[in-house]
Design a protein around this ligand. Structure first.
Ligand SMILES: Cc1ncc(COP(=O)(O)O)c(C=O)c1O
Length: 412
């Protein structure tokens, strides 16, 4: 049976807001509309009560206290606040002097971590950019080699958004605590999918976002540890001093209620959902990898989130492949820059060549993905790859046993 088209397999980009979440949000637009910071009337109290419930729901999902949740506009803001806020607060010397402090991160983090770290470099901080091995994983040993006396902050994402690969975050957090550094993790792809406990996992700052966990766009949170150690941040926004002074601005109450409801659903359904998606992803990967040659799954095969796969198909041209599977919404291994298509910097970091990176797909399954959709998608992708290879002289050479990489092409 053909499923309804187009098929959505881009859940790592954003998820559909769960209708149960939308239902919880609706009263907070025009029925319960007080400013949650209005302390002197019942309209305000009612909204504040709803925000408190959401704070508890978000905290329960990550094992923190409710007061440790700071609401933001999403993971981009959470990462900026965590990274710039911590580095500037704990800077060793005033701006302009050498040695303001040291930060450790990795080259294949999300841009919402990379760019704040680059800004810190411009402000005089030193940043060590760790490089992963071919499996994409950042290990405790890699961070340990980079640690210095003046390391203020380590920012390593829990799970990579393009690959789904899982870094050794609890072990890296333990190392940070031994060495007196602050551990931040961008857990945008991890939280709500995998069990999380900021205490036993040794996290001081953790970013997450509602729209990756079936909540609304434009709302997120930053966990900020309150004790052992108490972490302080320099605020980015000056204003009314909301959110313990770390993030001024009237709260998006409906959004916050939605994020809370989304967190609660994840707490209840995450285990079963993860198992279901793991089975579907296995079905998808098996049908692609078993039926074709020169296909590779990128990143560590074991240490991965259950719902993401990143697959490269040799001997096909990336853009043509995307054109051939138009009714499957997924991401490609190319990013549009103003002038050209750039191969994914994440895949490049793993040593995947430009050609193969361009012909890669990230397929990310979600709450409403069905077995029929997986069958349809794998069939469609296989047909597109086979069609393109049938027109590829290079694929013919490969089939004749000729090593393409050894050919010396005429440079005219
Ligand atoms: C790992 C990671 N970090 C940060 C972000 C940015 O999140 P937001 O869209 O909530 O700002 C994303 C979203 O693509 C992500 O996948």
């Amino acid at each position: 049976m053909t499923p309804t088209l187009p098929i959505y397999m881009d859940n790592a980009s954003t998820t559909r807001t769960d209708p149960r979440v939308v239902e919880k949000m609706l009263p907070y637009f025009s029925e319960i509309y007080g400013n949650s910071a209005s302390r002197n009337h019942s309209f305000g109290w009612e909204s504040e009560g709803a925000v408190d419930v959401a704070r508890r729901q978000a905290a329960d999902l990550i094992g923190s206290g409710p007061k440790e949740i700071i609401w933001t506009s999403g993971a981009t803001e959470s990462n900026n606040l965590a990274i710039k806020g911590a580095a500037r607060m704990y800077a060793k010397a005033p701006s302009g002097n050498a040695g303001r402090g040291h930060v450790i991160t990795a080259i294949h983090e999300h841009k919402a971590v990379i760019d704040p770290c680059k800004r810190l470099e411009r402000e005089g901080f030193e940043v060590t950019w760790l490089e992963p091995g071919p499996d994409g994983i950042i290990t405790r040993a890699m961070v340990e080699d980079a640690m210095r006396e003046d390391t203020i902050l380590v920012s390593i994402m829990w799970a990579n958004n393009e690959l789904g690969t899982i870094n050794e975050v609890p072990a890296i957090g333990e190392l940070c605590h031994d060495r007196g550094a602050i551990m931040h993790t961008d857990a945008t792809q991890w939280v709500g999918k995998m069990p999380t406990n900021v205490d036993t996992d040794n996290i001081d700052l953790l970013s997450f976002s509602a729209h990756k966990i079936y909540g609304p766009n434009g709302v997120g949170a930053l966990y900020v540890r309150r004790r052992r150690p108490r972490v302080r941040l320099e605020a980015m926004l000056d204003g009314g001093g909301h959110e313990r002074g770390m993030r001024s601005g009237t709260l998006n109450v409906a959004g916050v209620v939605g994020m809370g409801a989304a967190c609660e659903l994840c707490s209840e359904e995450m285990d079963a959902e993860g198992q279901r998606l793991y089975a579907l992803r296995t079905q998808l990967e098996r049908s692609l990898v078993d039926s074709m040659d020169v296909v590779q799954i990128n990143g560590n095969i074991e240490l991965r989130l259950p719902h993401i796969t990143n697959i490269s198909f040799g001997f096909v041209e990336g853009e043509s492949l995307m054109m051939g599977i138009k009714d499957i919404a997924c991401s490609s291994g190319s990013a549009c820059t103003s002038a050209s298509l750039e191969p994914s910097y994440v895949l490049k970091a793993l040593g995947v060549g430009d050609e193969l990176a361009h012909s890669s797909l990230r397929l990310s399954l979600g709450r409403w993905t069905t077995a029929e959709e997986v069958d349809y998608a794998s069939e469609k992708i296989r047909a597109a790859v086979e069609h393109l290879r049938a027109m590829s002289p290079l694929y013919d050479l490969h089939n004749e046993g000729i090593d393409i990489s050894a050919i010396e092409w005429d440079a005219h």
